[in-house]
Design a protein around this ligand. Structure first.
Ligand code: ZN
Length: 472
């Protein structure tokens, strides 16, 4: 007797090269079969005309007090996501939110290393950086994040952080940008130069190609050249036109470099009054909580809220050109592999969880096959995070499943470890699972949180060894 059977859906699995109408059998949180078999089950789901795909893995999202907020987990589950990486922290805030507002998701956390917050300033020495990385891992983080585009460090400190994380096989993600270069194609080139061949995860490639430095097509060619020349770099890209950044101002200017850049690019002064004007004109859209999720509010509500919160609210600008999003979503290398490893949303609590809606639109456009969509939305992201039992439907794999309506391009059921975590605006599971390292396994956790321990050091060491031996 199975725990659950999902009948008559179109089962798509990249790893097992499957794309057929069939049944998916689940018991004890794991896949029993996918395809032609049948068996009795305690719970049956009719998936006629639906897609049955490995649970979506969002390789870059936000669910912290800095960005995203506590409703992020509902927004992710409703978008068909079963596993995600929170890419900024503070880690303590995400752990608290996951314990109190979690919807049963598996979440890996990165701790941001932010000058004047948990780092002394923009030019920390190697000893300070090393201590900060160790402290983050001990606290349960999967790795660390440098938000260079928002809160940069000097090129020297950035280089030493990349070197020390590579030497110690600590997971490091970087939003390109230093005290010298911004979050753009020049910042991307510089960060790769500073890495000197060391591997790291370069966040949201599409965000460096907005036509702000060179004509957009030249930026895309440059980014492609860099990625082809540096296969040691792991990447993702997102599909939404909007970004997400902080509206918070101090001493009359927006604190975030990205916010200031967006203002300049949209023809506004990079100041508090420039941001106010952009909000009034609907160019910067303020985030607000409505019915348990984050939405973008209109100009009038936006300016009121921004003032009321003394500017400390997230805002979004529509800054991602369609060409750039499309290029990195479907672009391939000469050997046939994708140029960019996985889809992400950079969403979570930012209302742009569009992997399913925009990804399936690319399938409809015949720019991607369904199997390729599954590769980029789940399997490859699982590989990036070392989650060998996720992203596919092999017998014994984790029963993380997204049942999606291809006509509406929406999730109908989100299932994690065999349990329905989202259905029809209901979120029946609370808490979640923290994906952490052996060091983080000792970190104290609330009772509603479980742990999934991945040996990140050995994963990164093996990956590096494989890339070195293949001559890359
Ligand atoms: Zn991000």
């Amino acid at each position: 007797m199975l725990d659950m059977i999902i009948r008559n859906g179109r089962i798509v699995d990249w790893k097992n090269n499957m794309n057929q109408i069939g049944n998916l059998g689940i018991k004890d949180g794991r896949i029993v079969f996918a395809g032609g078999c049948d068996a009795a089950a305690k719970k049956e789901i009719d998936a006629r005309n639906m897609l049955v795909i490995p649970g979506i893995i969002d390789s870059h999202m936000h669910a912290s007090s800095w960005l995203g907020g506590p409703m992020s987990f509902r927004m992710l589950a409703a978008a068909g996501v079963t596993t995600a990486m929170e890419m900024a922290g503070p880690v303590d805030s995400v752990k608290q939110y996951l314990a109190a507002y979690g919807t049963g998701l598996n979440i890996a956390l990165l701790e941001q290393l932010r000058p004047f917050k948990n780092i002394s300033g923009p030019a920390p020495n190697e000893a300070e950086l090393k201590a900060a990385v160790e402290a983050a891992l001990e606290n349960g983080a999967y790795g660390v994040k440098l938000l260079g585009g928002h809160y940069p460090m000097t090129p020297e400190s950035t280089a030493s952080l990349i070197r020390l994380c590579a030497e110690n096989n600590a997971f490091l993600a970087i939003h390109a940008g230093t005290t010298q270069q911004g979050s753009n194609i020049s910042g991307m080139s510089q960060i790769i130069e500073l890495a000197a061949g060391n591997p790291f995860h370069l966040a949201h490639i599409n965000a460096y190609c907005r036509g702000m430095v060179l004509p957009l097509k030249d930026e895309l060619s440059r980014a492609e050249e860099l990625l082809l020349a540096h296969p040691e770099i792991e990447t993702e890209s997102y599909l939404s036109p909007i970004n997400g950044c902080s509206g918070r101002c101090s001493s009359g200017i927006p604190e975030s470099g990205v916010t200031r850049n967006c203002l300049i690019a949209s023809g506004y002064e990079p100041t508090r009054s420039g941001l106010a004007a952009a909000i009034r004109d609907g160019i910067a859209q303020v985030h607000a909580l409505r019915d348990g999720q984050t939405v973008l509010v209109n100009e009038t509500e936006g300016i009121e809220l921004w003032k009321q919160k003394n500017s400390d609210v997230p805002v979004s600008f529509s800054v991602n050109p369609g060409l750039s999003r499309f290029f990195f979503a479907v672009g391939k290398r000469p050997d046939g592999r994708f140029l960019v490893d996985s889809f992400c949303t950079d969403g979570g609590g930012i209302p742009r969880n569009v992997i399913l809606s925009c990804g399936l639109a690319l399938v409809r456009f015949k720019a991607l096959s369904l199997n390729e969509f599954v590769l980029k939305s789940s399997y490859k992201a699982a590989c990036q995070m070392g989650l060998t039992s996720k992203g596919h439907f092999s017998p014994g794999a984790d029963a993380d499943v997204t049942v999606a309506d291809p006509a509406r391009q929406k999730a109908v059921y989100t299932i994690n470890a065999g349990r329905i975590i989202y259905q029809n605006n209901q979120f029946p599971v609370s808490g979640g699972v923290l994906i952490t390292t052996p060091q983080g396994a000792r970190a104290p956790l609330a009772p509603s949180l479980g742990k999934l321990v991945i040996n990140v050091r050995s994963l990164l060491q093996k990956r590096r060894g494989a890339k070195l031996s293949s001559g890359l």
